[in-house]
Design a protein. Structure first.
Length: 210
């Protein structure tokens, strides 16, 4: 996670960026970009229309970009390697999303990396509260999505001492030697999370890897 001058500043930055549209900023400062309709053999990314529908805004997508996203996702971001490729999405209001894909050298390495991401996602709420004492976090596991080698969905709700309340959904899935992490976030609580729609998005993301 990004380190600020104080725990409050860093925590405020992460929650605000994740709940709104901060992931979009990554597209301008990453290592390089490739077309969304990538060359043969390169994993395809979600189209804006494949994200959970927003009630009052269309989704907009940035370019498919080489390297780690900046800022890193609150959950799972610290283990993303430099070989990551990502794409950020935003609406005109308070909702943002991010997809990060990693192509490993072998299926076994991909399986290990997917398990590491799952471990980090499962411990996210506790880690956030340890790192930022003025943030209270809770989470839910929403189960497995049947797509290729499978995907798993998690929800994390954060509440800050200054009044911010944000809900984030995460999923990690794998197809052969390729792993993808998908994030969706906005202001709100668990009741505001489009779990069914996000599971559909996750299944699409995994099926599009190759």
């Amino acid at each position: 996670m990004t380190v600020g001058t104080t725990a409050r500043t860093a925590g405020r930055r992460h929650v605000k960026l994740l709940a709104l549209t901060a992931a979009m900023a990554a597209s301008g400062i990453a290592l390089g970009t490739v077309p969304a309709a990538a060359a043969s053999g390169t994993p395809r990314f979600l189209a804006p229309s494949e994200l959970p529908p927003h009630a009052s805004s269309a989704w907009h997508a940035g370019p498919v970009t080489s390297g780690q996203p900046d800022p890193l996702p609150m959950c799972g971001g610290e283990v993303l390697p430099s070989i990551s490729v990502h794409r950020a999405y935003r609406t005109d209001l308070d909702t943002g999303a991010l997809q990060v894909t990693v192509v490993e050298r072998s299926e076994e390495r991909a399986k290990t990396f997917a398990e590491l991401l799952r471990k980090n996602l499962a411990a996210c709420a506790d880690k956030v509260m340890q790192q930022y004492p003025d943030i209270t976090a809770s989470q839910k596991y929403y189960g497995k999505v049947d797509a290729e080698e499978g995907a798993h969905v998690y929800g994390v709700h954060t509440e800050s001492s200054w009044g911010a309340s944000d809900i984030n959904l995460y999923s990690v899935g794998r197809d052969g030697s390729t792993v993808t992490l998908v994030h969706w976030g906005q202001m709100g609580g668990f009741a505001d999370a489009p779990v069914a729609g996000f599971k559909k998005t996750t299944a699409t993301a995994v099926k599009k890897l190759y």
